[in-house]
Each structure stands twice: as structure tokens, then as C-alpha cells.
Design a protein around this ligand. Structure first.
Ligand code: PLP
Length: 489
């Protein structure tokens, strides 16, 4: 017996309409329910069910934030925290940037999902934008390949190097950070990133970074004549060093992965001529130059790529973080045509389900457009100089500041002991924690400050403001940092 036997055609039509209407309402209902739990209630659940394996629990009590806007994060009492970390340099254009948001919303309304083996407009156009930007900068034709997140992009770059050179091992720097997947961990210098995870047979050959304030060779950069680069050249020339076979002109390693300004290593700015000298050695011995811009790209230093300050042409560039202004974990690599043309890098060489996702591509396309339309080079340079001048005045005032330095809006402050030079990791940690208490004040209002740490000796505050930060907000930053050093040193 069927239901139709009991109801008329008209009744059936009404019933169908009713069901369709209910289904429509069900699908379009947005869950606007606000989480009304206190921080402590949330932290109790966190203790029970969240892993401690990520970096959230690197402090005894994780900090909870509820909102963000521009250069501020807001806690549960709506206290603003001036953010000088910006999600580890992932939001160079500021939180809730309306233009990038609107582009993403439009993408959600047009083509939000598409399997990554199909092609579509914004992926093609974003690739074009990046490739053309590099033709303009380096005079070099190349292609772009995407993946989800910085570490995955480093993995792809490693595959590209292996595919082209047939070499597994690469060079990397002391203090270098290139991610935490197994492959990327091979290039990330700190042993602490690897020690629990067995043997890394492809661990990089690590060489000293040009960290002139604490030169590993005890030299002075005004007179050293790039002694560190000369040392590397000597290693190549020594037939018994393990790097190079003179008789066949063959280097044992395929590439050098370089951070143009060291990020997690503490925002260290190499001297002006350094990378040119290094590149000469790499060219002489047939080693590719991979420029990791994951943290320093997208105008952090006043150029699209930080390596542009050094007048060298990279073979591969990796990027991520601010590509989407934090709205999607998209990253990518650009490589010279000869390394990545379809003959040598055929379909399927590397791929992932979400690598070509449309939300990320649309955000990335809009970010690139924003950077093309205004003179960010000038703006970041000017703001960077203004910020650094402020930091220099603090250096004069507080003897527990050993040095300050920076390029564009990638800046650092070294915390030191009373002798003015010995690294002081405790002071650094105290300052970071104090900033997160939210009890500083500016213009009579309660506020906090979010700072990050980096460096070889765990003593540097790294400052990564949005490139959209205003001069007033830079004044606020200087005042809050001043308050912290006054309280704690
Ligand atoms: C220079 C550099 N490379 C690679 C990575 C890894 O990126 P992700 O954390 O997105 O995996 C980072 C992250 O901080 C980085 O700074």
C-alpha cells in the first residue's frame, strides 16, 4: 500500500512544498550560537581533550583570545592587545582586512569547492601574477606550484631539487627554520626539533648564518671580508671535506636553503653584500639557491621578497603565510623554467587534495592585487625606519637591551644581562608573559601586547607588525615595550 493511495494530488503537492521548504531552512540556518563559556571552563576541557604536542602549551596556561581586528587581538574582557606577532607573520595586511574578506566571501558564493585535478580562473591568474612579478624582479621565466602550508611547500621544493639534481642532501644555516614535517625537519637546524623522532639520514649540512652581532667566528663585519663565506669556499676546495669531487666537478649536495632574513632564528639581517658572495660560491660549485620567503615574503621587509634587498637571483622561491593574509593555509613555490617545465616536472610530481583550493587562491590573488596597487615599498621602509628609531631610543634608555636591528618591518630586540651583551632568555620570557597579562596602559586605557621570541640564544624579541600598522600604533608599541623593560629589568 502506498501513501499516494490516501492523499489527493493537491495534498501531495502541498506536502512536497512543505518538505522542500523545511529542508531549505535547515540548510540555510547559520549557527549563530555564541560560546558563552568562561576561559577557565574552556581550559578545563582543553586539559582533558587537546593534545599538548603543538605550541599552544609552551606556556603553563594558554592564553585565550575571542576577537581580532586590524593590529589587535581581544581577550574575554575585551581588552585589546597590540599584536606584534601577527600569527607568525601570516597577516601582513591586518586582521579582518575587509578587502581580502570580501574576496573570500565572494569565492564562497561562486566556486567554493573544486576538485584539485580540475583547473579554474583564480588558480591560473594567481600563478600568472607571481610568475610575472618574478620576471619583473629577476628577469627569469618560471612557474608556480601550490600546496597547503609552509612545511609542505618545503617538501615540494626538496622534491624539485632531488628531481633536478638527483641529490638528496642540501645545505642549511645554523638557526634556520624551515618547518616540522619529517623532510623539512632535516633543514631546521635546532636538534630539539628532531631529537625525539629517530635518525634523519638526509639531515642538512649546516653552516653558520651571518649573525654579525654574535659572529660565530668572533670576527667583526666591518673588517672580516665575508670570512664565513670564505670558510665555505675552503670546504668545497678541500677534496677531502666530503662536499665536492674535483675530478668530476660534482657536488654531493643539491641546493642551499636560505632564509634571507632569519625568522625563527631571531630576525637577523645579514650584511648587504653577503648573499652575493655566497651565490658566487654556490654557482662555482653547481649548488641551487632556494630562497625560503615563507616568513619574510609579501612586503615584510619592504619588498615582495626579502632576497631582493641582496641583488641575487634565486633558482627556487618558497612562500606561504601572508599569501592569503591568514585566511587559508596556502603556500607555494616558484621555480625557474628549466627546473619546473612540464618535461622535467610532469603531472603528479607532487600533489595534495587541498593544494589548489579556491578559497586560498582567491585570497592570494586579492593579496597580490593589494600589494600591486599601493607603494608598500615606500610605506614599509618609512614605517620600519620610524619603528627602528623608536627601538634605538629604548636601547639607549635600557641597558638590558643589547641591540636592536631590522629591515623594513622585521625587527628585533636582544634581551641581555646587566653586562650589556650576555643573552638573557629569562628576561625575554618574563617580558612576553607580562605583555599577555593585559595590564599595561596607553592613553589611559588598559591594554596588552603580543610579542614573539626567536634567536640562537633564546633572547630576542621578534617584532612582526602588520605592514598596515599606523604611526600612532608604532608609538603605542614603543611605549608598551618601554613599560615592560621598566617593570622587569
Ligand atoms: C622560513 C620558514 N619556512 C618554513 C616554515 C614552515 O611553515 P609552516 O609553519 O606553515 O609549516 C616557517 C614557519 O614559521 C618559516 O618561518
Amino acid at each position: 500500500m502506498y501513501i499516494d493511495d490516501f492523499i489527493t494530488g493537491v495534498e501531495m503537492a502541498i506536502l512536497e512544498k512543505d518538505i522542500k521548504c523545511k529542508l531549505k531552512n535547515f540548510h540555510s540556518q547559520v549557527n549563530n550560537e555564541k560560546i558563552n563559556m568562561t576561559d577557565n571552563e574552556l581550559l578545563d576541557i582543553d586539559k582533558e581533550y587537546c593534545t599538548y604536542g603543538d605550541k599552544v602549551h609552551s606556556v603553563p596556561v594558554p592564553k585565550i583570545f575571542r576577537d581580532c581586528n586590524g593590529v589587535y587581538m581581544y581577550d574575554s574582557e575585551n581588552i585589546p592587545y597590540l599584536d606584534l606577532e601577527m600569527w607568525f607573520a601570516s597577516c601582513n595586511l591586518g586582521y579582518k582586512n575587509a578587502r581580502i574578506r570580501n574576496a573570500v566571501v565572494d569565492q564562497i558564493d561562486t566556486l567554493p569547492q573544486i576538485s584539485s585535478h580540475f583547473q579554474y580562473d583564480y588558480k591560473i591568474l594567481l600563478s600568472e601574477k607571481i610568475a610575472k612579478a618574478n620576471i619583473k624582479r629577476f628577469g627569469e621565466k618560471g612557474r608556480v606550484h601550490f600546496n597547503v602550508g609552509g612545511s609542505q611547500v618545503i617538501e615540494d621544493a626538496l622534491k624539485l631539487v632531488r628531481n633536478y639534481t638527483h641529490k638528496n642532501r642540501v645545505f642549511s644555516f645554523f638557526g634556520g627554520f624551515h618547518g616540522r614535517t619529517l623532510g623539512a625537519s632535516c633543514l631546521t637546524a635546532g636538534y630539539r626539533y628532531r631529537k625525539s623522532f629517530g635518525h634523519f639520514s638526509d639531515e642538512a649540512h649546516f653552516v653558520p648564518y651571518p649573525y654579525c652581532y654574535r659572529c660565530p667566528y668572533g670576527k667583526h663585519c666591518d673588517s672580516c671580508n665575508y670570512y664565513c663565506v670564505q670558510q665555505l669556499r675552503r670546504e668545497f676546495e678541500d677534496n677531502c671535506s666530503g662536499l665536492y669531487d674535483k675530478s668530476s666537478n660534482d657536488c654531493a649536495l643539491g641546493a642551499f636553503f636560505v632564509e634571507p632574513i632569519q625568522g625563527s632564528g631571531g630576525y637577523i639581517v645579514p650584511p648587504k653584500g653577503y648573499f652575493k658572495e655566497l651565490k658566487k660560491v654556490l654557482d662555482d660549485f653547481g649548488v641551487l639557491f632556494v630562497d625560503d620567503e615563507i616568513q619574510m615574503g609579501f612586503y615584510r621587509t619592504g619588498k615582495l621578497w626579502a632576497i631582493e634587498h641582496y641583488d641575487v637571483k634565486p633558482d627556487i622561491i618558497t612562500f606561504g603565510k601572508s599569501l592569503t593574509n591568514g585566511l587559508n593555509p596556502l603556500g607555494g613555490m616558484w621555480a625557474k623554467e628549466e627546473l619546473i617545465n612540464p618535461e622535467v616536472w610532469p603531472s603528479g610530481s607532487t600533489h595534495s587534495t587541498f593544494c589548489n583550493n579556491p578559497i586560498g587562491m582567491r585570497a592570494g590573488y586579492e593579496v597580490m592585487k593589494v600589494f600591486e596597487e599601493a607603494d608598500f615599498e615606500k610605506e614599509v621602509n618609512n614605517k620600519g625606519k620610524y619603528f627602528l628609531d623608536g627601538l634605538k631610543s629604548l636601547e639607549k634608555k635600557h641597558k638590558r637591551i643589547g641591540t636592536v636591528d631590522g629591515l623594513g618591518l622585521a625587527l628585533r630586540i636582544e634581551c641581555v644581562t646587566d653586562d650589556g651583551y650576555t643573552p638573557d632568555p629569562k628576561l625575554l620570557n618574563d617580558i612576553l608573559e607580562e605583555g599577555l597579562k593585559g595590564n599595561l596602559s596607553y592613553n589611559g586605557k588598559k591594554c596588552g601586547i603580543i610579542l614573539n621570541k626567536g634567536s640562537h640564544y633564546n633572547n630576542s624579541i621578534t617584532l612582526v607588525p602588520a605592514v598596515t600598522i599606523s604611526y600612532d600604533e608604532i608609538d603605542m608599541a614603543i611605549s608598551l615595550i618601554d613599560q615592560l623593560f621598566t617593570r622587569l629589568s
